[in-house]
Design a protein around this ligand. Structure first.
Ligand code: MG
Length: 367
C-alpha cells in the first residue's frame, strides 16, 4: 500500500500527522454524538427542546449522553478495513482496498444482528473490532447500507448496486483521506462509497471528502481543500449536481452567517451531496471546532451525519486538541476510536510502516 500512500509532512503548523488523524476520527465521532440527539427533529422542535440557540453540546440519545450512531460505527470499520488491506499487501504482495473494506462492512453487519454475506456466510468474524461490545447496538443504521451489504453483492461506480444517493456513503469515508494523496483518496473514496450507494450523488461526495481530508493532512485550509478536490470531481462523469451543491456550500460558508435557515437552503443533508455541502459550509464558516460542529448539527436535516462530516474536516484541520474536552469526556467508545487512530497512524505513518508482528496480524488479519 506504500505505493499510493503519500508522505505526510506538516506545512506551517505544529500539528503532527497523529494530531490530525486523532482529530479527524474523534472529531467526527463527537459531531455524530451531538447530532444524534436532534437527528430526527426539525429546527423548531430543536429550539422548543433546547432553547433558541438550539443544541449546545452533548445531550442524551439512545439512552445516554455521548452516544455514537451508525456513522461512527461504519467509519471505525472503514479504518479497520484500510489497515487490514495494508496488512494483506504486506503478507501477500497484492491487495484490494475496496474488497477488504467491504469485508469490514460485513463485520459491521454482524454487529447489527445480521448474517455476513458475499461469500463470508457462516464464517467467524475475526480481528478485535467486531468484539467490541458497545458496537453491537443498532443506532438507526441506513436501510441502503443494510440492504446492500446483506445482498452479498459489492457495488462499484461502474456496476451500481442500486440508485441510492443517501449520505451513508460519504459519512464513513473520511479515514480514506488519512492514508493517501488527494487523487488516490478520491478514487478510493468513491469506490468505498459505491459498495453500497450506486448513484453519483451517493458516491462522488465521498471521493470529494476523502480528497479534502488528504489535502488538509498536507496542510491545506478547508477552502483550499475544496479547490484541490474540484478538478478531481469534474473529471468524473455525472458530477454536475454534486459540484453545484459543493460550490453552494463553499459560498454559504464564506458569505453567510451559519444558522438553520441559511443551512437549510442547501437541503436536509439526507443525500450525500447535500450532507457534504452542509458540512463544508459549516467547516469554512467555523470560528472554532465548537462553532462549526454545532452549526452543522442545528438544522432540520440529518444532523448526526452533517455534524460528523464537519467534525472530520475540522478535526483534521485543527487537530485533536481543538475538540472541547468536555465533549470528548462523554464520548461513547472514545478509547476504541482513539486506538484505531493510533493504529492507523502506526500502519501508514510510523517510521516502520510495514508492521509484521504476529500480534498485529491477530488484531488486523490480512483479508
Ligand atoms: Mg447516523
Amino acid at each position: 500500500m506504500d505505493k499510493y500512500c503519500g508522505t505526510i509532512s506538516d506545512v506551517g503548523t505544529d500539528l503532527t500527522p497523529l494530531d490530525r488523524i486523532r482529530g479527524c476520527l474523534l472529531g467526527g465521532a463527537v459531531g455524530d454524538a451531538i447530532g444524534a440527539a436532534v437527528e430526527f427533529a426539525s429546527w423548531s422542535e430543536i429550539c422548543a427542546a433546547h432553547g433558541d440557540a438550539g443544541i449546545t453540546g452533548m445531550e442524551p440519545s439512545y439512552g445516554r449522553r455521548g452516544a455514537i450512531t451508525d456513522d461512527t460505527q461504519m467509519t471505525m470499520f472503514t479504518v479497520e478495513g484500510l489497515i487490514r488491506a495494508a496488512v494483506r499487501l504486506h503478507h501477500t504482495g497484492i491487495t484490494t482496498v475496496t474488497g477488504v473494506v467491504w469485508h469490514a462492512y460485513q463485520r459491521w453487519l454482524v454487529t447489527q444482528g445480521e448474517e455476513q454475506a458475499g461469500g463470508w456466510e457462516g464464517e467467524k468474524v475475526d480481528g478485535w473490532l467486531a468484539d467490541v461490545t458497545g458496537l453491537h447496538e443498532r443506532r438507526a443504521p441506513g436501510d441502503t447500507c443494510l440492504a446492500a451489504l446483506t445482498s452479498g453483492l459489492m457495488g462499484a461506480p461502474d456496476i451500481p448496486i442500486n440508485d441510492s444517493k443517501g449520505c451513508g456513503g460519504v459519512m464513513r469515508v473520511a479515514p480514506v483521506g488519512l492514508i493517501a494523496t488527494p487523487d488516490v483518496a478520491f478514487a478510493h473514496g468513491i469506490d468505498v462509497a459505491a459498495i453500497t450507494h450506486g448513484h453519483p450523488g451517493g458516491y462522488l461526495p465521498a471521493g470529494v471528502l476523502a480528497a479534502m481530508v488528504a489535502s488538509i493532512m498536507h496542510g491545506a485550509s478547508i477552502t483550499d481543500a475544496v479547490t484541490d478536490a474540484t478538478p478531481l470531481l469534474r473529471s468524473h462523469r455525472d458530477h454536475e449536481d454534486v459540484l453545484r451543491l459543493l460550490d453552494g456550500g463553499r459560498r454559504l460558508g464564506t458569505a453567510a452567517t451559519l444558522n438553520a435557515p441559511t443551512i437549510e437552503r442547501i437541503g436536509g443533508g439526507w443525500t450525500g451531496d447535500e450532507a457534504l455541502a452542509i458540512a463544508v459550509a459549516c467547516a469554512i464558516g467555523a470560528d472554532d471546532f465548537r462553532h462549526g460542529v454545532l452549526a452543522a448539527a442545528n438544522h432540520s436535516g440529518d444532523s448526526d451525519s452533517t455534524a460528523a462530516i464537519c467534525g472530520n474536516l475540522l478535526g483534521a484541520l485543527w487537530g485533536v486538541d481543538a475538540i472541547p474536552r468536555e465533549w470528548l469526556a462523554e464520548l461513547e467508545l472514545r478509547d476504541e476510536i482513539d486506538t484505531l487512530a493510533h493504529d492507523l497512524h502506526h500502519q501508514f505513518h510510523a517510521a516502520d510502516k510495514a508492521v509484521t508482528t504476529a500480534s498485529w496480524f491477530m488484531r488486523y488479519p490480512g483479508w
